[in-house]
Design a protein around this ligand. Structure first.
Ligand code: GLC
Length: 556
């Protein structure tokens, strides 16, 4: 067995001392996340300070005032730790550092300080299901050979012989979930498990040394003052004992269905109980938000009172433009909330899924629906996340085949690059629409994903000047949301009662004073009585909502 000391040596963190309680300049409210809206930053595509074509920490730091101006409460940054970048940073080779591609640890520390002084909290991504095949512990395991304690940190297993892997599990990215440890060795016939790409070996959470290692990782960032963590593939850390074949031919993490052969094991909840206790040693308490890609009833079990505070409502994240589906998912989430006390965490976009403008029909129609959906999102009962560019109404980009880099695409899955194209800050195409902040000399490199023609039409500078822009709508919704919390119209105890009324008007009643309505049919529909506080488009007739518009209604 690898000892804790070995683990600490690799992680370069001391598991010994517990952190001292630490204060930040932000609101001292320990349950700050209940009303929070968090803005997701994909650092590669946000802002590039040095002209190498990849966004970085200094670029993000320079643009923090923009994020603060939106009126959000914090930022979730996807991984920037050292990584071979096989999966754009979700293949971590050092959990406690900064990849030189993005900057330095000192730059991160100053970014954190700057964010806090602007009233923004910072959440990082932690990737506990797997690491990079370049991680020193995986390299040590490869070198140590079959049967060694080093291999116990991962899932190294003998196959039945020849080219047949230990079981039938398929990778989420496509192809089998197993690779040979040493393909050319005649004596080392171990395979290792990777639910994602071969460059992302899964940790063996049944080995307690793995849990100890991650305690050190959490403390490292919490001690620095990081306000919370988004937990990648949070439901999959434990696999079923003995790694049995999966009855489903689909992937191992099979859509929203709990797959008892692979993920969603009871043991994983102990990890989050331990992490929650750790998060609560700090003042204010640190936040844990899980990527729990499961149906509502199973996902809610991860946000019981002593586990994570939040888990994304994935059933909702993936919805199309379909009122019955929204209402059904909404009511399932509400039932789960009542049973487990788990308030849903709302999102409609992230770096893995097709942007709402495109998903909801594309073009003018898709843009209108995406605006309506954003207004709905921010009025729902619970915390919400918006993804960079969602506030600009960016569509999914059809990235040219030769420019695609997503490993999921390379393994035969869908391509996620279209939601990751660098942001247009300016209408003017100079410096890649302002994505590049400057260069010491010469022209900047091309962005890591090309910006399409017409990208400047979504530019931040244009939208800032247009009162009817998606950007200004987002700001207005966020400001009003804050006020409604302050005035007690929104509370942490709000539920969500969803229904579809004739004419395909979707209604979510948040409490007896407030409801959200979305016109999802083809004809204008009458709104329930009350005062319209906000709508995605101006109302054409009092009390009526045009198709693809959404409104917040104060009743009584
Ligand atoms: C999560 C991330 C995704 C990544 C995968 C593997 O789903 O959001 O981008 O590819 O985990 O780490």
């Amino acid at each position: 067995m690898v000892t804790i000391r070995d683990v600490a040596k690799y992680a370069d963190v001391s598991p010994a001392a517990l952190p001292a309680a630490e204060e930040t300049a932000l609101t001292p409210d320990v349950r700050w996340w209940e009303s929070a809206v968090i803005y997701q930053v994909y650092p590669r595509s946000f802002a590039d300070s040095d002209g190498d074509g990849v966004g970085d920490l200094a670029g993000l730091a320079a643009r923090l005032p923009y994020i603060a101006s939106l009126g959000v409460d914090g930022v979730w940054m996807t991984p920037f730790q050292p990584s071979p970048q096989v999966d754009q940073g979700y293949d971590v080779s050092d959990y406690c550092g900064v990849d030189p591609l993005f900057g330095t640890l000192a730059e991160f520390e100053s970014l954190l300080e700057q964010a806090h002084s602007l009233g923004l909290r910072i959440l990082l991504d932690v990737v506990p299901n797997h690491c990079s095949s370049e991680h020193p512990l995986f390299q040590a395991a490869l070198a140590a050979g079959p049967g060694s304690p080093e291999r116990e940190m991962f899932h190294f297993v003998q196959g039945p012989g020849g080219d047949v892997p230990p079981n039938n599990w398929q990778s989420v990215f496509g192809g089998r979930a197993w690779s040979r440890a040493k393909p050319s060795s005649g004596t080392d016939t171990d395979w290792y498990l990777h639910l994602f790409s071969a460059g992302q070996p899964d940790w063996n959470w049944r080995n307690p040394a793995v849990g100890d290692y991650f305690d050190g990782v959490l403390r490292f960032w919490f001690d620095k003052g990081v306000d919370g963590l988004r937990i990648d593939v949070a439901h999959a850390l434990f696999k079923a004992e003995g790694l049995p074949d999966s009855p489903s031919e689909g992937g191992v993490v099979d859509g929203l269905r709990s797959n008892p052969q692979v993920s969603d094991q009871e043991e994983v909840h102990e990890v989050y109980r331990r992490w929650r206790a750790l998060a609560e040693r700090y003042q204010p308490h640190r936040l844990l938000v899980g990527e729990v890609n499961l149906e509502p009833a199973r996902a809610a079990r991860y946000t019981r009172a002593d586990e994570m505070q939040q888990a994304f409502a994935f059933a909702f994240v993936k919805l199309g433009w379909d009122p019955e589906a929204w209402a059904a998912v909404g009511n399932d989430l509400e039932a789960a909330r009542r049973e487990h006390g788990a308030t849903p965490t709302w999102a409609l976009e992230n770096h893995d899924i097709v942007r709402t403008v495109t998903r909801f029909g594309g073009g003018e129609l898709g843009s209108q629906r995406a605006r309506a959906a954003l207004v709905a999102l921010l009025g729902l009962p619970g915390p919400a996340y918006i993804y960079q560019g969602q506030e600009l109404g960016l569509p999914e980009v059809d990235v040219p085949l030769e420019a695609r880099v997503d490993p999921m695409w390379a393994r035969g899955g869908v391509c996620r690059d279209g939601a990751r194209v660098p942001l247009p800050w300016t209408e003017d195409p100079a410096l890649h629409h302002g994505f590049t902040l400057g260069t010491a000399e010469g022209p900047p490199s091309e962005p890591w994903l090309p910006q399409p023609a017409g990208w400047g039409a979504h530019g931040v500078d244009l939208q800032e000047q247009d009162p009817a822009s998606a950007l200004n709508l987002t700001k207005a919704a966020l400001a009003l949301r804050r006020k409604l919390w302050r005035d007690g119209v929104f509370t942490a105890n709000d539920g969500g009662t969803w229904r579809v009324v004739p004419g395909n008007l979707l209604i979510c009643e948040r409490n007896d004073r407030f409801l959200v309505a979305v016109a999802m049919g083809a004809e204008p529909v009458r709104l329930p009585d009350g005062t319209v506080l906000l709508s995605a488009e101006p109302l054409e007739q009092d009390g009526w909502l045009q198709p693809n518009n959404a409104a917040w209604v104060l009743r009584g």
